[in-house]
Structures are given as C-alpha cells and as structure tokens.
Design a protein around this ligand. Structure first.
Ligand code: ADP
Ligand code: MG
Length: 334
C-alpha cells in the first residue's frame, strides 16, 4: 500500500560565519551547505500494518513523514500510495492520508474544538452528514465530548493530542502518520492514546506509521520497526529480530525445589561459561539458595536445550525468562 523507493532529502542551509560581523557576513556571502536529512530510504508498508519509525533526534524521522504526506517534496525518490505517485498526484492521494504532529497542533488555538472540526471538514470537503457521523464515532472512541466546546488552548496536552488525532481522521483516511503522538504526555494520557491507536489499527483497519522516542509505545503497539540513523535506515524488521541481532542476552531464572548441583567445580567464581556442545555456550551469572540465573543469547542457543540441561542439576520448580530491555537494545542500534 505504501511503497517508498530511494527517497532523499537535502536541505540547503546557509553557512554561519564566525568572528567579527558574523551575522552580516553570513547575510551577504550566501554560502550554503547541503544537509542530507534523508538518504536513499526504501521500504514497503502493507495495508493494516502498524509500523514504528524510531531513531535519535535529528535522524530524519519528521522529514520522512513530511515527504510521505506530501508536505515536503523529496530531492529524489518516489512515494507510491496504492500504486499512485504521491508527489505527482498529491491532491488525489492526500485524501487517503491523515497526519498528526505531536509537537504542533493543526487545530485553531482560540476556537472551541468543535469549530476547528467544522473548518477542517470544510477544507477536506467532507459532507455535513459524514462529518456528524464521524465526529460521533470519534467523539466516542477518543472521549472528546467532555471538552467539545473548550478552546484548544485550554486543553491538557493529552486532550489536545486526542483532539488532534480526531482531526486527522475527519476525512476518514486509510493511512495515519503520527509523529511523536505521545511526546510530553503523562503515563495515563499515554496509555489512553495507545489504546485509541491500537483500536484504530485493529478494529478500524487503519494502516499506521508512528515515530516515537518512547520504547513502550513501540513494544505495545508495533509489529514491525524501522530504525533510522543519520538519515539512513539501519534496521527493518520485528522487535524480536532486533533483539536477537543486537545479541543482548535473555535472562533465565531457574528456581529449584531444594538443593541443586551446578556442573562446574566448586570454588570457581561466577559468572562462568557453560558449554552445551562445542559451538553453543551460555553463562551462569548468579547462583544462590534455590535460584540460578542464566544469561543466554537465544539466537545461538535454544531455551529448550538449556532447560533440558538444567533439569539435570536438580528438581526444577519454576522457570522465568526475561527478554532484554528494549531500551537497551535500541541504544545498541544507535
Ligand atoms: P527527527 O524528526 O528524526 O528528529 P528531522 O527529520 O526533523 O529529524 O531532521 C533531520 C535533519 O534535517 C536534522 O539535522 C535537521 O536539523 C535537518 N532539518 C530538518 N528540517 C530542516 C529544514 N527545514 N531546513 C534545514 N535543515 C532541516
Ligand atoms: Mg522529529
């Protein structure tokens, strides 16, 4: 449904001079430097996907979203939505897209929320009947009714975000782009936004691309992630694969019923490497009373093989597995 190929964006920025009369000299010499914000990015998003787009500050996320929604023209490359070239037939394609920028509202600051919707509906040429029907649905789904008549500037950030998401849905787009929709929100507001987004995807079938700094957003919402760094895609795939690729270990905590015997000589300090066979090892990192902590790279060793071995050490009462923290994984990618 969304096909992006060889997308590039360069920005021309004036070179800022240093020293005496720097400002004036900058103004008059007109020297420019090219900033490559997005470099040769290609990917495909299918109908009904929920994809996370992550990367550090300045990586090129917002620039990509702006190109995917027709706000910015790419320096080169192509975006096709349902087979139609976005930048050649912007009007036709834009109807199918909705976009939310967490840092900038598209609502009118001093107007009641509802009035903004009236203006937007008019701009998108949504009929009064359709508008009323959708606002009814969205009002329910996003819990908007409580602040329907409140001016936007008086809304809390969480309310404003909900109002903005509704605004982006007024023309009933198939695809929703969300640029940092949970930025600055408290835990409760984040939870409610995530709930709405999940519903929009699973119940209403909307295709969603979301950028975020919040790894919980990604873990709770996205089936697939794309990582962008310095304008380039550095990873695309599932979160599990990302974890594996980075090779952070899974922590396995084994609780025994009573005594157990480790397969290593007493008196050797932990952590210690244990071999399953010539090629596969894991580490015992801690051993106390009734618990043994094991770190294993699940890309290299199967949990089952470890458990088989471990059950020979004593009577296993319980096994607990902890995947590496996503936040750690992401720091390795950046
Ligand atoms: P992100 O959203 O991942 O934080 P952006 O896409 O906003 O990153 O920016 C990517 C890079 O492009 C940054 O170095 C930023 O300074 C630069 N950039 C973004 N917009 C402009 C612009 N209008 N003019 C010049 N440089 C820009
Ligand atoms: Mg951004």
């Amino acid at each position: 449904m969304i096909e992006v190929s060889g997308l590039n964006k360069q920005f021309r920025t004036p070179v800022v001079k240093e020293g005496r009369f720097a400002g004036l000299r900058t103004l008059f010499t007109r020297e420019y430097r090219m900033k490559e914000a997005v470099k040769d990015i290609s990917f495909t998003i299918h109908k009904g996907d929920f994809v996370g787009y992550i990367g550090p500050n300045g990586a090129g996320k917002s620039t990509t979203i702006k190109m995917l929604t027709g706000i910015l023209h790419p320096s080169s490359g192509e975006v096709k939505i349902n087979g139609v070239n976005l930048h050649q037939q912007r009007r036709q394609v834009a109807k199918r897209l909705g976009v939310v920028f967490g840092q900038r509202s598209q609502l009118w600051w001093d107007l009641p929320v509802k009035d903004s919707y009236d203006i937007l509906a008019h701009m998108y040429k949504v009929t009064t009947q359709d508008k009323e029907k959708r606002l009814d649905e969205l009002g329910e789904l996003l819990d908007l009714k409580e602040f329907w008549l409140t001016p936007v500037r008086k809304l809390s950030l969480g309310q404003r975000m909900r109002a903005d998401i509704a605004a982006s849905m007024l023309h009933d787009p198939d695809v929703l782009f969300l640029d940092e929709p949970t930025i600055g929100l408290d835990v409760t507001a984040k939870r409610s936004i995530r709930g709405f987004l999940k519903k929009l995807n699973s119940e209403y079938g909307k295709t969603i691309l979301l950028t975020t700094h919040d790894m919980d957003d990604i873990e709770q919402l996205c089936e697939r992630v794309m990582v962008i760094n310095h304008g380039e895609l550095s990873y695309e795939g599932s979160i599990e694969n990302l974890r594996d690729r980075i090779g952070l270990p899974t922590l396995i905590r084994v609780t025994f019923n009573g005594a157990y015997q480790l397969p290593v000589p007493d008196g050797l300090g932990l952590p210690i490497e244990v071999a399953l066979d010539a090629d596969h090892t894991f580490r015992i990192v801690e051993a106390n009373n009734r618990e043994v902590h094991i770190e294993a790279n699940r890309q290299q060793v199967k949990a089952m093989d470890i458990l088989r071995l471990v059950s020979g050490w004593g009577e296993v009462a319980d096994i607990h597995m902890e995947e590496p923290d996503f936040e750690d994984v992401i720091h390795r990618v950046y």
